[in-house]
Design a protein around this ligand. Structure first.
Ligand SMILES: NC(=O)c1ccc[n+]([C@@H]2O[C@H](COP(=O)([O-])OP(=O)(O)OC[C@H]3O[C@@H](n4cnc5c(N)ncnc54)[C@H](OP(=O)(O)O)[C@@H]3O)[C@@H](O)[C@H]2O)c1
Length: 238
């Protein structure tokens, strides 16, 4: 299969690139830090196509899709993995989250969908988070951005169904994965490696899942987050 990954320089995106390469897929990797993509390319025998892309810039997203299309003679699956967390609870950080996780996500998802719509086939994969279920201190702008991504993907799936398009939309909801985005790892539980996450994501993509928790056991915390009253959540969350 021919994959384009937005946000492939570190963490889950990098692990996905490595696992897909091992499995013999064609891959195009897009991120802002091109030197990191160059390192990945070198380690993977020069095989992946790489391109510098800031997902929050419409022209760059457009150019990235058209580059991947040319390099691989078509794209089957577009993974929107690019995302940022928050370092401080200040407005500046919240706006950064919105710029990437909301504006950037929308640009990539819309352009991916339109690309596939013109061909009446394809698969859009969005990486959201278990954090999307509730707004809780301290990083509720992040949770809100992922809730937006969830609803947006649901909307795209609705559009594909209404227009009878042969396009799949998958929402991937990771729990805690050991990557640079994760702070205070030692205080967290069920932290999985990026490689394990990548393998589980590929399995979810292969079965064209509408939604998948990564790893699967995160359905339980998600269920609790969804249903517990806020006054209990305040007591049990760190
Ligand atoms: N790790 C977890 O525990 C966890 C849990 C739930 C959800 N997630 C989600 O999983 C996804 C991957 O995160 P990660 O854990 O692998 O963290 P990460 O290692 O920090 O990776 C984030 C990736 O996004 C890219 N990115 C950020 N801003 C971008 C922009 N404006 N344009 C293009 N690319 C951009 C980064 O590349 P450049 O900086 O080079 O552009 C990097 O490749 C994110 O959407 C994150 O929210 C992670």
């Amino acid at each position: 299969m021919k994959y384009l990954i937005f946000g492939a320089s570190t963490g889950i995106g990098k692990a996905l690139a490595e696992e897909l390469y091992q499995k013999g897929h064609d891959i195009t990797l897009a991120s802002r830090r091109i030197h990191l993509l160059e390192n990945i390319k070198q380690n993977l025998e020069g095989v992946p196509n790489i391109i510098s892309c800031d997902i929050s810039q419409e022209e760059q997203v457009k150019q990235t899709i058209s580059y991947a299309d040319k390099q691989m003679s078509g794209i089957d699956i577009i993974v929107i993995n690019a995302g940022v967390g928050m370092n401080e609870q200040i407005l500046k950080e919240e706006l950064k989250v919105i710029e990437t996780n909301v504006k950037g996500f929308t640009l990539a998802a819309r352009k991916a969908f339109d690309y596939f719509s013109n061909r009446n086939k394809g698969h859009v994969v969005g990486i959201t988070s278990v954090a999307r279920f509730r707004g809780f201190y301290p990083s509720f702008a992040y949770s809100a951005s992922k809730a937006y991504d969830h609803i947006y993907l649901e909307g795209l799936r609705h559009q594909a169904m209404r227009e009878n398009l042969n396009i799949y939309i998958s929402e991937i909801m990771p729990g805690f994965i050991d990557t640079p985005i994760l702070k205070n790892k030692e205080e967290l539980f069920w932290v999985a490696s990026a490689q394990k996450a990548a393998n589980l994501i590929i399995r979810a993509i292969n079965r064209k899942a509408n939604k998948a928790f990564i790893p699967g056991k995160w359905w339980l915390p998600a269920f609790l987050l969804n249903w517990l009253p806020q006054k209990f959540l305040v007591k049990i969350l760190p």
